[in-house]
Design a protein around this ligand. Structure first.
Ligand code: COA
Length: 391
């Protein structure tokens, strides 16, 4: 436990993209059985960003309501987690800082390790709050997952951002010590600097994920963590939502527990509601799972939740959180449902055009078409600079 000081997630806000491509549309195009997507991988649709959206516009849309509710006076740090960064040097969080008009007396940094790095940002934030409990940290996770057309990964694309305010006396979830951690040099998923789409060995990735589950759980328990029976629910990283079921079954079997379908569903089903229609949002996925759980489960007050954060390459971490009394009055359930339901359905050709849209590299003036109806947009590129504006 974190000594006497309770530190954790004080606010949690999810945003996603302008468009949605359903798996019925994808299945019809590829002549696939839609049941493979709906049942086989647990996905029903995927968020697709408009031409004038990216990780920054989604991140700002997620963070703005957090700032509106709590103000920025106590925020001293923005930790922005992503694996689909828009610049090799400048942190994407600086664009968000600018769009939201946050104080200059803020530190902003970007963190990367595939889908894991939002958890690194959360732990980094907790450390800062330990040092000075009057401070709050804005942790943002934002990603657009993109694989080649007609590749195995295509059906697991998606896009979303999560903004979490981390501080002392949190209103939602208190994060506990210890953590169980794992690192191994595995090439299951990667994206060289010269590529806009990720490379993935999906089967290697699933087995690396399951291996990481075993190691982090062992490390967690050896460090005095809770026993499996104490957890009410588990938020897993969800590259596709069926993975949460696979991972939980694996954990139960590894620990010698019954792995009956009903018990597994009870532990993970509410965590998958948003991700099955949003798709993979990489760093954001596990915290979208948390938002989904809090928004959909019966009262979780005082209940322990397990978090299994996995990022290919590979790094993983298991830790626990406890849901705080009164959390329900702080939820953004209506806003989250609206972010999902307001997306516009697109056909395969529109999706393909967005997917194949070239990024200008000549340093010229490149205004972007007005497509998003969200609060912020990428207006264009000018002399190699990305120009973001409120819409
Ligand atoms: N009805 C119901 N289920 C069906 C089906 C149908 N008609 N056809 C196939 N399925 C099931 C399969 O049995 C399988 O389930 P299982 O894994 O429980 O056995 C599932 O659907 C997927 O089928 P598969 O043939 O393995 O699909 P695929 O070759 O297209 O690959 C992934 C699936 C997940 C490997 C692929 O989408 C991928 O690589 N995704 C990216 C993974 C990733 O993001 N990793 C990074 C971080 S973890």
């Amino acid at each position: 436990m974190s000594g006497d000081l309770a530190i954790g997630i004080h606010d949690l806000s999810v945003a996603t993209a302008q468009y949605v491509l359903t798996h019925e549309t994808l299945a019809a195009r590829h002549g696939a059985d839609v049941a493979k997507y709906h049942t086989g991988i647990g996905q029903r649709s995927m968020s697709i960003p408009a031409a004038d959206e990216d990780i920054v516009t989604m991140a700002a849309a997620a963070a703005a309501p957090v700032i509106a509710r709590h103000g920025a006076e106590r925020i001293r740090t923005i930790a922005f987690a992503t694996e689909t960064s828009v610049d090799q040097a400048k942190a994407a969080g600086i664009h968000v800082h600018s769009l939201l008009g946050l104080p200059t007396t803020t530190r902003v940094v970007e963190l990367k390790q595939a889908c894991y790095s939002a958890t690194a940002a959360l732990q980094f934030a907790i450390g800062l709050v330990h040092r000075d409990p009057s401070q709050q940290i804005l942790v943002i996770a934002s990603d657009v997952s993109r694989y080649d057309l007609a590749s195995r990964g295509e059906a697991t694309q998606g896009a979303a951002a999560v903004a979490m305010l981390v501080g002392a006396d949190p209103a939602l979830v208190r994060i506990e010590e210890p953590s169980g951690v794992f690192t191994a040099d595995i090439m299951d998923f990667w994206r060289p600097n010269y590529r806009t789409t990720a490379l993935v060995d999906g089967y290697e990735s699933i087995s690396a994920y399951l291996q990481a589950v075993e190691v982090v759980w062992k490390d967690y328990t050896e460090r005095g963590g809770r026993s499996l029976e104490e957890f009410r629910a588990f938020c897993y990283h969800q590259p596709f939502t069926k993975m949460a079921y696979k991972a939980h079954r694996h954990l139960l079997q590894h620990c010698g527990h019954d792995a009956d379908d009903a018990g597994i569903s009870r532990a993970v089903e509410h965590t998958t509601t948003y991700n099955q229609v949003i798709g993979n949002s990489y760093t954001a996925s596990i915290y979208v799972a948390l938002a989904s759980l809090l928004d959909h489960a019966e009262d979780l007050t005082g209940e322990a939740i397990g978090f299994l954060s996995y990022g290919s390459g590979s790094v993983a971490e298991f830790f626990a959180g406890t849901v705080v009394p009164g959390y329900r009055s702080q939820l953004r359930t209506d806003m989250h449902r609206e972010a999902i339901s307001r997306r516009l359905d697109i056909d395969y050709d529109t999706y393909r055009e967005l997917h194949q849209r070239p990024t200008p590299v000549d340093g010229g003036e490149h205004p972007l078409p007005r497509q998003t109806t969200g609060p912020y947009r990428l207006a264009g590129l000018s002399q190699h600079k990305r120009i973001y504006t409120p819409r």
